[in-house]
Design a protein around this ligand. Structure first.
Ligand code: SF4
Length: 216
């Protein structure tokens, strides 16, 4: 059964007790670096991204520099992260567009961000919310999974359905924090393969847990 605003508020309250410091784990100094770091983080841990970005940003500190970079050099710097070849091409191409079309700045517009190579809706939402402090909810694999397990959306919901439902259930002023809370809960507790159900505050209400126990 889908949850009400009040139920979700109390779920988020419990999650906040577990992760009072939930927040962005990518290191960055400005919105350009944030955009590039989020692009690099697809299907890779933030920790791995934080290992490669200091060298990348030291050598290519802005859109003009990265937009003119040699792809082989960028590949060499970021080669320890997944999909590094495609990501190298995308961050160079995106930087080139930022340099040529936006005077080197990152546009503060969800849909303009989504036109950049390698920038999908989730990345654009993170940049809007984290970089520009404009409330948005970014739905990644963790947020999608826990939203379904917590019964906030039904299991057939698309990523966009999840985003819209969360925006409906959560007050706009709490979107930024709630995104991080759901993400941390999924990343560190309600794990994809081995969720910590036995010690979870939610296990008695959790459809996923109770269905799984019935099957075992
Ligand atoms: S009971 Fe298990 S599956 Fe359900 S929310 Fe808690 S950790 Fe996740």
């Amino acid at each position: 059964m889908l949850k009400s605003k009040e139920e979700l508020t109390s779920i988020l309250f419990e999650i906040e007790k577990m992760f009072p410091n939930a927040g962005c784990e990518l290191n960055y100094n400005n919105v350009f670096e944030l955009l590039i770091a989020v692009m690099l983080s697809a299907q890779t841990t933030d920790k791995s991204v934080n290992i490669v970005t200091p060298e990348l940003f030291k050598k290519y500190p802005n859109a003009n520099a990265l937009g003119s970079a040699c792809v082989e050099d960028v590949k060499e710097i970021i080669k320890r992260i997944g999909l590094y070849s495609t990501k190298s091409k995308n961050i160079i191409e995106t930087s080139k567009i930022l340099a040529e079309k936006y005077n080197g700045e990152v546009p503060c517009d969800l849909y303009e961000l989504m036109t950049l190579p390698g920038v999908g809706r989730k990345t654009a939402n993170v940049v809007m919310s984290e970089g520009f402090k404009i409330p948005r909810i970014a739905v990644d694999t963790h947020v999608e999974r826990v939203s379904k397990r917590l019964g906030l959306v039904d299991n057939n919901s698309s990523v966009l359905d999840v985003e819209l439902k969360l925006m409906e259930l959560i007050d706009e002023t709490k979107w930024h924090k709630s995104h991080h809370l759901l993400l941390f809960f999924g990343r560190y507790f309600c794990l994809a393969k081995k969720p910590n159900c036995e010690s979870c505050f939610y296990k008695n209400s959790c459809i996923y847990y109770n269905d799984k126990n019935l099957q075992d």
